[in-house]
Design a protein around this ligand. Structure first.
Ligand code: HEM
Ligand SMILES: *[C@@H]1O[C@H](CO)[C@@H](O)[C@H](O)[C@H]1NC(C)=O
Ligand SMILES: *[C@@H]1O[C@H](CO)[C@@H](O)[C@H](O)[C@H]1NC(C)=O
Length: 326
């Protein structure tokens, strides 16, 4: 009898999904009865957007990261400002939150809602989490099962962003303490930073590294790379100019980012410090030498990222329009 009970318990744990600490609410099959086809619908919408522009990938991935770090993964970043409320997306740190990330979520949401069974059943926060996974896979990165069941947040203010996002000037200690505040380890930080293998940066985010007094450059930066960057980003550069963060394979979600760090080709201080600091260098070397080790660690880390500050029950709702509160 005890054996039957044990088997039943194991069965229940397996079918309901093993709850993880702090995220007991999320599960893989959350929409199994309400919108069983949600994964295909979102995947097709993201693929259609990807065929229009590769920017879909970096824009969506960065949007997910910023959403999760400010008030949790609750799609509060997608809310548009109104005359009475300056929303998260309109904080001064948003220059590069490319419109294509927002557009990806809006299009996927429209596709989900076009299925009568799914209409207003799937949260914008979950759509963003799924779209992020699909974008990464489309760029050749790992695919993975996405935990679901996030509600959409009920507030979004520009002030709430202050101090929540890592700055490109951050040291390893500053990065570690910010990531640790969300339950993310140094290995998670390093793996997630690998997302800088795709996408762009505006010149002003790193110009202080390539224009030091007396014609100098940051000593941790590769001289050849610094010269190339100076060519693309002259001192009086147009602030809208953006350059590839991974100069080698900018459209591939691979481990080239870590190989770049080994050659002093990290764009930001925050990137290069992962290799410059001997506490994190061994992990960078592992990811540089082994694509699968990077992918495994990335999947673990982005799954943990997706649990940060998740809203459930009455803490949130399912937005009809991802850019507006109901
Ligand atoms: C570790 C600390 C991090 C810092 C300091 C940082 C900083 C930045 C900065 C300054 C930019 C360029 C913005 C611009 O000028 O346009 C950028 C771009 C980007 N970041 Fe990060 N980031 C960090 C971590 C992450 C993480 C964890 C992810 C996702 C998992 C991520 C994904 C991206 C992507 C995809 C882009 C390119 C965006 C685009 O092309 O539209 N970053 N990041
Ligand atoms: C970013 O914020 C500025 C104001 O700080 C705003 O004018 C701009 O439209 C915002 N960009 C996006 C993509 O939301
Ligand atoms: C600088 O980058 C070049 C080109 O990728 C590379 O050949 C060289 O080894 C790098 N230098 C250092 C010191 O890593």
């Amino acid at each position: 009898m005890a054996k039957e009970l044990l088997l039943l318990l194991i069965f229940l744990v397996l079918t309901l999904g093993l709850p993880s600490p702090g995220a007991a609410q999320l599960r893989y099959n959350y929409y199994a009865s309400t919108c069983p086809n949600v994964e295909n619908i979102v995947r097709n919408a993201v693929a259609a957007k990807f065929r229009q522009t590769f920017v879909t990938v970096p824009a969506t991935v960065r949007l997910f990261f910023h959403d999760c770090f400010v008030q949790g993964c609750d799609a509060s970043i997608i809310i548009a400002s109104t005359p009475s409320n300056r929303a998260e997306k309109d904080n001064p740190d948003n220059l590069s939150l490319a419109g294509d990330g927002f557009d990806t979520v809006m299009k996927a949401k429209a596709a989900v809602d076009a299925d009568p069974k799914c209409r207003n059943m799937v949260s914008c926060a979950d759509i963003l989490a799924l779209a992020t996974r699909d974008a990464i896979a489309l760029a050749g990165g790992p695919s993975y099962a996405v935990e679901l069941g996030r509600k959409d947040g009920l507030s979004s203010t520009a002030q709430s962003v202050a101090g929540k996002l890592p700055q490109p000037t951050f040291s390893l200690d500053q990065l570690n303490s910010l990531f640790a505040s969300h339950g993310l380890t140094q290995t998670d930080l390093i793996a997630l930073s690998g997302a800088h293998t795709v996408g762009f940066s505006h010149c002003n985010r790193f110009s202080s590294r390539i224009y030091k007094p007396n014609n100098g450059v940051d000593p941790s930066m590769n001289r050849t790379y610094a010269a190339q960057l100076r060519g693309m980003c002259p001192t009086n550069v147009d602030p809208t100019i953006a350059i590839n963060m991974d100069p080698e394979t900018p459209k591939s979600f691979d481990n080239a980012y870590f190989q770049n760090l080994q050659r002093g080709m990290g764009l930001f201080t925050s990137d290069q410090s992962l290799f410059a600091d001997r506490r994190s260098r061994p992990t960078v070397n592992t990811f540089a030498g082994n694509k699968f080790a990077f992918e495994r660690a990335f999947v673990t880390a982005i799954t943990k990222l997706g649990r940060v500050g998740v809203k459930t029950g009455q803490q949130g709702n399912i937005r009809r329009d991802c850019s507006m509160f109901n």
